[in-house]
Design a protein around this ligand. Structure first.
Ligand code: AMP
Length: 217
């Protein structure tokens, strides 16, 4: 899943994983968990994440390499927030060849001003990770997750000053991946403005169409 912070990558990745029966892996979630546990990895990543800047490529490359080797990834894997640099995309391309995977990058496009508004209203379940939007999720009561009952929290890096930094990095470093995957015929795009159900239906329609093209060729 490719797109700026707050485009809805996490929400859509979870739904796509349920639809296609494969795991979704968010490098951001893996890193946040490591920070919470204060593991060596977490200690290395913490300051960078709090400032909204990227952690070194080799750290996230290794997270993805090891997750892809797991048994439940054999049918495929939905990656949320990886790759984020050309170097990560090149690493993943080699890995995909080794594993016999053909990647498909799904870009979710949303304007910056919508993102700043969305992220300041974003709440996350501290246990299961479900994402709520206080502005549009009528069912979000801002305190407890409706699925598992755990408290909802806001991410440190969703503060407006950190969001602006993350958007700058997205435009300078991650957006060029659109061309990287377009050049390889491995890019599709959806408009991320609408509600999550509409975006999901659009992605499924495009992914299924792409899959049919592949099996026909
Ligand atoms: P996310 O949850 O995807 O918004 O990621 C939160 C933070 O984790 C980012 O701002 C980065 O500091 C770090 N991070 C997550 N994925 C990557 C990645 N692929 N490359 C570098 N840093 C990452």
């Amino acid at each position: 899943m490719l797109g700026p912070p707050g485009a809805g990558k996490g929400t859509q990745a979870r739904r796509l994983a349920a639809r296609y029966g494969c795991p979704s892996v968010s490098t951001g979630d893996v890193l946040r968990d490591a920070v919470k546990r204060q593991s060596d990895l977490g200690k290395k990543a913490q300051k960078l994440m709090e400032a909204g800047v990227l952690v070194p490529d080799n750290i996230v490359d290794e997270i993805v390499r090891s997750r892809l080797a797991d048994q439940d990834s054999q049918r495929g894997i939905i990656l949320d927030g990886y790759p984020r640099t050309i170097s990560q995309a090149e690493f993943f391309e080699k890995l995909a060849v080794q594993e016999g995977i053909t990647p498909l990058a799904v870009g979710i496009i949303v304007d910056d001003d919508v993102i700043v508004k969305r992220l300041s209203a974003r709440w996350n379940c501290a246990r299961c990770g479900k994402i709520y939007n206080a502005g549009s999720d009528a069912e979000c009561r801002r305190d407890r997750c409706l699925d598992c009952g755990a408290p909802l929290t806001q991410r440190e890096d969703d503060r407006p000053d950190v969001v602006r930094e993350r958007l700058l990095i997205y435009h300078a470093t991650t957006r060029p991946l659109i061309e990287f995957y377009q050049y390889r015929g491995q890019y599709v795009e959806v408009d991320g403005k609408g509600d999550a159900d509409r975006v999901f239906d659009a992605i499924v329609g495009i992914v299924n169409g792409k899959e049919q093209e592949r099996t026909a060729s």
